[in-house]
Design a protein around this ligand. Sequence first.
Ligand SMILES: *[C@@H]1O[C@H](CO)[C@@H](O)[C@H](O)[C@H]1NC(C)=O
Ligand SMILES: *[C@@H]1O[C@H](CO)[C@@H](O)[C@H](O)[C@H]1NC(C)=O
Ligand SMILES: *[C@@H]1O[C@H](CO)[C@@H](O)[C@H](O)[C@H]1NC(C)=O
Ligand SMILES: *[C@@H]1O[C@H](CO)[C@@H](O)[C@H](O)[C@H]1NC(C)=O
Ligand SMILES: *[C@@H]1O[C@H](CO)[C@@H](O)[C@H](O)[C@H]1NC(C)=O
Ligand SMILES: *[C@@H]1O[C@H](CO)[C@@H](O)[C@H](O)[C@H]1NC(C)=O
Ligand SMILES: *[C@@H]1O[C@H](CO)[C@@H](O)[C@H](O)[C@H]1NC(C)=O
Ligand SMILES: *[C@@H]1O[C@H](CO)[C@@H](O)[C@H](O)[C@H]1NC(C)=O
Ligand SMILES: *[C@@H]1O[C@H](CO)[C@@H](O)[C@H](O)[C@H]1NC(C)=O
Length: 319
Amino acid sequence: MELLQKLLCPVSMVLFVLLFSSPNVASSSVEEANGLLKWKETLQNANSSVLRTWIHIPNNGSGTSASSPCQWFGVSCNAEGRITSSLPLVYLDLSYNEFSGNIPPEIGLLTNLETLHLINNQLNGSIPREIGQLKPLSELALCNNYLTGPIPSSLGNLTNLVSLYLYQNQLSGSIPEEMGNLTNLEFVYMDTNNLTGPIPSTFGNLNRLTLLNLFDNKLSGSIPNEFGYLKSIVHLDLSENQLSSSIPASFGNLSELTHVFLRSNNLSGPIPQEFRNLENLILLELNGLMHPVNSTDMKDLDPRHHSRCDPSGGYGGEP
Ligand SMILES: *[C@@H]1O[C@H](CO)[C@@H](O)[C@H](O)[C@H]1NC(C)=O
Ligand SMILES: *[C@@H]1O[C@H](CO)[C@@H](O)[C@H](O)[C@H]1NC(C)=O
Ligand SMILES: *[C@@H]1O[C@H](CO)[C@@H](O)[C@H](O)[C@H]1NC(C)=O
Ligand SMILES: *[C@@H]1O[C@H](CO)[C@@H](O)[C@H](O)[C@H]1NC(C)=O
Ligand SMILES: *[C@@H]1O[C@H](CO)[C@@H](O)[C@H](O)[C@H]1NC(C)=O
Ligand SMILES: *[C@@H]1O[C@H](CO)[C@@H](O)[C@H](O)[C@H]1NC(C)=O
Ligand SMILES: *[C@@H]1O[C@H](CO)[C@@H](O)[C@H](O)[C@H]1NC(C)=O
Ligand SMILES: *[C@@H]1O[C@H](CO)[C@@H](O)[C@H](O)[C@H]1NC(C)=O
Ligand SMILES: *[C@@H]1O[C@H](CO)[C@@H](O)[C@H](O)[C@H]1NC(C)=O
């Protein structure tokens, strides 16, 4: 019954087809494979379902066996492997599988990963600091799990990261200032957690940042003046926190900004005059009051619409 449900799960089916149509491969990093196998041992649910393809590689490695990790469920390897026959695991997606258990430190062995999706499972425990070893990672999606503990400062080592989806967990502690080193970041979703402390001023370094969702946390302190350096920001949602003092005038520099949500904070003072410079601004939501800049453009006001657990949506699933 359960197996049948798994097989009928459309997302899994799509992945299954995608991944198993990849070319047969002879060799692949044994260390990477062992990292995955170790993880499999700790995942509950693992046997009954999709991970039955994750089995030990024969050590004589003769020929193309069905157990090549590049053919495992949710895994795919670098296409260059067809030529070089070295096959780094670049893609791991175990989303929507109801896995429970932790993300183990061995995740750090998958040092070629570019994409890691563990969306919509029941993973608990904290994000291991070893995740900082995945240097090529450009997309990390852990949204919709039960992850607790802090965001590890080692995340600041993932300088190739473009998209980060951590929302709808129970992450706590403050946002590491090392994240300011991630200058390739474009999409950051850390909303709906239990994060505390200030928004690091180092975020001002993120000059490619297009979307920042930090709503529904317990962030405090003032909005950093350095936000004025977020030259690419289009969508900013800081609502439902405990941010105080006034909105920095440096916001006037954010010429790409279209949507700003600051509702349910403890902000004071006037809306800075510099907002007049924001030619693209469509909506400013502040203290429960909408400030439509151009009411004919007001639509889609629910900020939560902008945070679906759907990295493939690119712009975060905005319709
Ligand atoms: C998984 O399957 C293996 C071999 O089929 C078995 O030895 C092991 O006990 C199973 N583990 C769980 C958690 O069911
Ligand atoms: C590996 O070697 C064993 C015996 O030496 C053999 O039975 C087995 O078929 C081999 N595996 C592969 C995948 O060739
Ligand atoms: C994770 O959940 C499992 C039950 O699903 C529980 O046994 C375990 O203690 C939890 N671990 C943590 C770190 O919360
Ligand atoms: C980042 O990487 C460097 C070099 O690999 C290492 O020394 C440092 O400890 C890492 N930082 C964190 C916070 O893990
Ligand atoms: C990363 O950021 C921290 C704190 O903002 C800083 O001390 C550190 O030098 C940075 N590391 C690199 C490699 O830029
Ligand atoms: C959130 O943090 C507060 C205190 O910082 C704590 O009391 C509460 O249990 C946390 N909630 C969750 C869901 O972790
Ligand atoms: C904002 O722009 C003004 C003038 O262009 C510049 O002097 C100032 O440094 C900028 N401030 C920030 C925080 O970007
Ligand atoms: C909100 O700000 C006012 C003064 O600016 C302060 O007195 C009050 O304690 C703050 N409330 C919270 C919940 O931080
Ligand atoms: C409001 O937006 C519409 C469509 O984007 C545009 O045609 C109109 O000129 C704008 N009105 C003002 C007052 O900016």
